[in-house]
Design a protein around this ligand. Structure first.
Ligand code: ADP
Ligand code: MG
Length: 311
């Protein structure tokens, strides 16, 4: 889907921002680019939609060199959401979301319908929010509209640069869940930049860890946690937190004993094992009752089973 070969970009400083980097992104993948500040993540992302032109190397999207495509056409096919340059302040929510559909000359009725559909998808009541201006929204609502705008013309690829950066943990968690849901429903290819390892592990099906413009390691979240390639990766995934982060990757549903029961307030089968561990510690019990998403008893989770099976 996206094939980058030996791509480099230097902005004038001594060191390249992106340094002879090759990366292959399969269709439908949720790729997270992670690394500390200045490691070249945003530059790499912006080269995919030609906001930045590489000095060297080649980028193919669906087999076609992006230099052979007009930047405007390319950008209309790729949703782009960023933290800092938010929404157009003098445009309503509806006008903001309709930006690309208007460029594509959709009819007004089709744009209106699409705006309402996306607002509903992101849990914003269309009647309430359609006509608001960005300054009349909370930070979390603005970011939702930013994501809706990126999705508007139903692009195959979604490029997101720290889209949930400035949010409180609760709103951030809710938006992460929504993005995962949208990805699962739509099968779009997502490339998301973050510097937050927990966000990367939660969202990514494929994680690319960068340092100084190069890839240090890439793979599934599990690969980075269980087999860090070197001391840099080991530090980055958080040496002392690795156990907890492994638990965060799995849900109660995969570990519970269906034919057992336990007393107390039940936990959801959808909870992560990390959250379940926290509940065990807080309640000082060794088993917890579990319910499914309909609230029906689903079995019990045993504390000892958190340690049992190898992931
Ligand atoms: N437009 C630009 N002009 C000059 N230098 C830039 C520009 N964009 C990025 N850089 C430099 O390139 C390096 C990588 O930046 P960036 O890709 O933004 O990193 P990250 O997103 O990982 O924080 C940094 O040293 C940054 O200062
Ligand atoms: Mg950046």
């Amino acid at each position: 889907m996206i094939e980058m070969t030996q791509v480099s970009k230097t902005f004038g400083g001594a060191r390249p921002a992106v340094d002879d980097l090759s990366l292959s992104i399969a269709a439908g993948e949720f790729v997270v680019l992670i690394g500390s500040s200045g490691s070249g993540k945003s530059t790499l992302l912006r080269m995919i939609n030609r906001l930045v032109e590489p000095d060297r190397g080649e980028i193919l999207v669906n087999g076609v060199d992006i230099r052979r495509q007009r930047p405007e056409d390319l950008r209309r096919r790729m949703g782009y959401a960023i933290q800092s340059i938010g929404l157009f302040p003098h445009w309503t929510v509806a006008q903001n979301i309709g930006t690309v559909p208007r460029l594509l000359k959709w009819t007004k009725a089709r744009i209106d319908a699409r705006v309402d559909e996306l607002l509903a998808l992101l849990h914003l009541d269309p009647a309430e929010f359609r006509h608001r201006y960005p300054h009349q929204l909370s930070g979390g609502q603005q970011q939702r509209v930013g994501v809706a705008r990126a999705l508007a013309a139903d692009p195959d690829v979604l490029l997101m640069d720290e889209p949930f950066g400035a949010l409180d943990p609760v709103t951030r968690g809710a938006l992460q869940e929504e993005l995962l849901r949208i990805h699962a429903l739509s099968g779009k290819t997502v490339v998301l930049v973050t510097h937050d390892i927990d966000e990367a592990l939660q969202l990514g099906s494929h994680i690319v860890l960068m340092n100084q413009g190069r890839i240090v390691q890439q793979g599934r979240p599990l690969d980075l946690l269980r087999r860090p390639a070197n001391a840099f990766v080991h530090d980055f995934v958080g040496r002392t937190e690795i156990g907890l982060r492994l638990l965060a990757l799995d849900r109660v549903a995969g570990r519970l004993r269906p034919n057992e029961a336990a007393v107390g307030e039940p936990i959801s089968a959808d909870l992560s094992l990390r959250e379940a561990l926290s509940t065990f510690v807080a309640r000082r019990v060794d088993r917890l009752p579990v319910v499914d998403d309909q609230g029906r008893p689903a079995g019990a989770l045993f504390f000892s089973d958190l340690l049992e099976r190898q992931l």
